[in-house]
Design a protein around this ligand. Structure first.
Ligand code: ADP
Ligand code: GLC
Length: 491
């Protein structure tokens, strides 16, 4: 089975969040199960700097009237996964990360930049491609990949099956309707049954409407997004596709996130010598400028600072952590107001709160290894990876019962063999209660150790999820490897 991923970020090339981790790890797991996966990604400067074994570029012409698009096959350093880079110096070689300009705002031509990604995917998928590799499945991700299934479905004729994965509905790729022509969509696509969303054009809606199958990244979130609370206005169209929507929990890369071998932490450890974790705690306290105190319960956060992640709830729970002699180490960036409030708290309570504003991959490993508990109080969380990393590092997570958090953490307050602390409503009072429970248990070292060990035993390997994706792909390939339009499954 040949599968083409179309995705806007991929670890270790470029990563702004969990999507990058997924695009880095899922193809490897699929490959291990015999799938021939290639990943299509824009040739950002960071990608060009890191790619290995790059073959000569092949022109795909100028399909959007925004200049020539080229592709070249290379490999990911380390994993060796084959990647097709979409080359357009004007669109991608900008050196400021994948989405934002130097002013911190979305690039004004993001619709063209990601239409070009999807257009290249559709061209590669065309039967009889000059590239000599015929995909059976196009697997696109998030709004940036949303136009891929639309181009193929609207073009008609024989085409591969299409699967679209929703990682985050808060980003719907919404642009003025007047850009329809610039992204190469026909006028007929601009309808309620097409790409229209409140009189604008939505790339996410394109993925939802035109892909043969939809997935999101946890079973709970698959149910949530069909409701008003979590559907961002897409709940109706998603509910109409319920029979073709599935939640598949993400895995984690057990080689990169492994406390036994992690070169980015102070001291490696595993479930049998958890005592060594204390060296990471001391190193983390030192790095963050907190008093080195082995007894203070130390909580960690590694996150984008957005309303999604409930960082305001973390601020609300600070007095509770401080009054109980605890500490908080936060790594992240995003919303300026949240950054300011956290920075001020660190200034006001330097013995208890420390913040590093920015993106720091190595430091994120030390936070996972060095903390006692890990906070993820998200308002919504399609899957969430940091709570799974925390479990693996014996750092019990404190999470809200939503999306993938609900599917990956078992509440120790209710279930004897729980793995973390789970609270219901997105309220400071509820997080306070969970943090208080965590500190209580932390002060009973035998029970805490048992909790850590149970957390570390959880299996979040990608293999199971990869099998689930293969079964989705198989629904589209079993009858006909390259599906004729007339034989498409009824939606
Ligand atoms: P999301 O994709 O919504 O941001 P996830 O939990 O799925 O949430 O993934 C976030 C990923 O980004 C994790 O790998 C996490 O460690 C990483 N991350 C988030 N913020 C930072 C940061 N400031 N520095 C380093 N890594 C970060
Ligand atoms: C999104 C979600 C996060 C998920 C990640 C990878 O960014 O916010 O919950 O883990 O995608 O699927």
């Amino acid at each position: 089975m040949k599968v083409l991923f179309a995705v806007s970020e991929m670890f270790p090339f470029v990563k702004t969040g969990g999507l990058g981790d997924v695009a880095g790890a899922l193809p490897v797991a699929l490959q291990n199960l015999g799938v021939d996966v290639r990943v299509l990604i824009p040739a950002y400067s960071e990608v060009l700097d890191k790619v290995v074994d790059l073959a000569p570029w092949v022109s795909l012409g100028d399909p959007l009237g925004a200049g020539e698009i080229r592709v070249a096959l290379g490999r990911v350093p380390g994993s060796g996964v084959p990647v097709w880079l979409v080359g357009s110096p004007a669109l991608y070689e900008r050196k400021t990360g994948p989405y934002l300009g130097p002013d911190g705002k979305d690039w004004p031509d993001n619709h063209v930049r990601f239409a070009a990604l999807s257009r290249a995917a559709a061209i590669i998928c065309d039967a009889g491609t000059v590239l000599g590799w015929q995909a059976d499945i196009l697997h696109s991700h998030d709004w940036q990949g949303g136009l891929g299934p639309a181009y193929l479905a609207l073009r008609g004729g024989r085409r591969p099956g299409t699967v679209h994965t929703i990682h985050n509905m808060a980003f719907a790729g919404i642009f003025p309707a007047t850009e329809l022509g610039a992204v190469g969509l026909p006028l007929e696509a601009f309808s309620i049954n097409g790409v229209e969303y409140h009189e604008k054009l939505s790339f996410l809606k394109a993925g939802i409407r035109y892909a043969d199958r939809l997935t999101t990244v946890s079973p709970t979130h698959a149910r949530e997004i069909m409701s008003k609370e979590f559907g961002f206005g897409f709940e109706g169209v998603l509910a109409s596709r319920e029979g073709h929507l599935k939640g598949i929990l993400n895995g984690i890369d057990g080689d990169i996130w492994n406390p036994r071998t992690d070169a980015l932490i102070e001291q490696t450890y595993d479930a049998r010598n958890l005592g060594k974790k204390a060296l990471n705690k001391a190193a983390l306290q030192k790095t963050f400028g907190l008093p080195i105190n082995p007894k203070a319960p130390l909580f960690g956060v590694v996150s984008r600072f957005t309303i999604q992640k409930g960082i305001d709830l973390v601020l609300e729970t600070l007095p509770r952590i401080i009054e109980q002699g605890g500490q908080l180490a936060v790594l992240g960036s995003g919303d300026a107001e949240l950054e300011d409030k956290l920075t001020k708290a660190a200034k006001d309570f330097p013995a208890h709160v420390a913040v590093r504003v920015g993106y720091d991959e190595p430091l994120s490993h030390l936070v996972q290894a060095g903390c006692d508990g890990f906070l993820v109080p998200s308002r919504f969380e399609p899957c969430g990876l940091t709570q799974m990393y925390a479990l693996r590092y014996g750092t019990p997570p404190i999470v809200r019962r939503t999306g993938g958090l609900a599917d990956s953490v078992i509440d120790v307050s209710n279930v004897a063999d729980g793995t973390g602390f789970v609270f219901e409503a997105a309220k400071g009072t509820e997080l306070n209660r969970a943090v208080t429970n965590a500190i209580k248990l932390y002060r009973r070292p035998g029970e805490w150790r048992a909790l850590q060990r149970r957390a570390m035993k959880q299996d979040f390997s990608w293999e199971k999820s990869a099998r689930d994706y293969i079964s989705v792909y198989s629904e589209l390939t079993d009858s006909a490897p390259i599906r004729a339009r007339g034989r498409r499954t009824k939606r």
